[in-house]
Design a binder for this molecule. Structure first.
Ligand SMILES: C[S@@+](CC[C@H](N)C(=O)[O-])C[C@H]1O[C@@H](n2cnc3c(N)ncnc32)[C@H](O)[C@@H]1O
Length: 241
């Protein structure tokens, strides 16, 4: 990053958290993809590909990319044959960075909007994906209500995230990775180590995979979940009944 100093990193539980999260991602945008690729040794893209595959046959589908960031999942959904992607994120600089990497005329609608109030009609989306976004939203249950609202019956949701670890192995891996690798590596690449400390802390404040699956099931989804390799990130898939 260059120019202005990075904004204050958000604190989980802070009422002003949403605005701070937005400012943080706007500031991270130019270096976000590079940091992801380096810090995950490229694994993050393999995890995203699995999430898109879990959405089933996307040919002709309308897909929502929630907390879309720089549009990695959007591009993968288009490659899988989606007819249109509705990409939603409240950090405009993230969407702008992603748009620059889309092919001209790609059928993508960008929405600078909060995940708690999606600017999308009821029951029209065939699929919805969210990569590493829900950990940051202040009212998770309200966002899940919105996901259920915009999906048609039979529509699928795939959520990829770093859930609060439940097993000794994932606790150990997350602790090593989040407390050492992320702040140091993320700080070096982006000049904003506070942000990477926040991202690590947000995992401790997030729900476990099991708790998340229960929240989706309570909204009428048939749910399945699995850990990625290595078991730091997990994928939860739901089919709206
Ligand atoms: C870690 S990034 C993930 C971006 C992308 N999905 C990916 O796979 O790389 C999280 C994104 O969620 C967005 N976000 C966080 N809270 C949000 C909210 N309440 N409404 C909309 N977007 C939000 C941030 O702006 C950021 O772009």
């Amino acid at each position: 990053m260059s120019g202005a100093p990075p904004p204050a990193a958000p604190v989980p539980g802070d009422p002003a958290r949403a605005e701070r999260v937005r400012a943080m991602f706007d500031a991270l945008a130019p270096r976000y993809d590079l940091a992801n690729r380096v810090l995950s040794l490229g694994l993050d893209q393999a995890w995203r590909r699995r999430a898109v595959r879990a959405l089933g046959d996307l040919r002709g589908a309308v897909v929502v990319d929630l907390c879309a960031g720089t549009l990695d999942l959007t591009r993968m959904a288009l490659d899988a044959g989606a007819a249109r992607v509705e990409a939603v994120d409240f950090a405009e600089a993230m969407l702008r960075t992603g748009r620059a990497r889309l092919a001209a005329g790609a059928p993508v609608e960008l929405h600078v909007a909060d995940a708690r109030a999606l600017p999308l009609p009821d029951g029209r989306a065939d699929a919805l994906c969210c990569g590493f976004g829900l950990r940051n939203v202040p009212e998770l249950e309200r966002v899940l209500d919105e996901c259920a609202r915009v999906l048609r019956p039979g529509g699928r949701v795939a959520v990829l995230d770093f859930f609060r670890p439940e097993t000794a192995l994932s606790r150990f891996l997350q602790a090593t990775y989040n407390r050492l690798v992320l702040p140091v590596g993320g700080g070096l690449i982006t000049g904003f180590s506070e942000a990477y400390r926040y991202l690590a802390g947000s995992i401790d404040a997030f729900v476990s995979r099991g708790e998340f699956e229960a929240l989706l099931a309570a909204r009428g989804f048939a749910v399945s979940g699995r850990d990625m390799l290595p078991p730091v990130a997990s994928l939860v898939v739901g089919v709206r009944r």
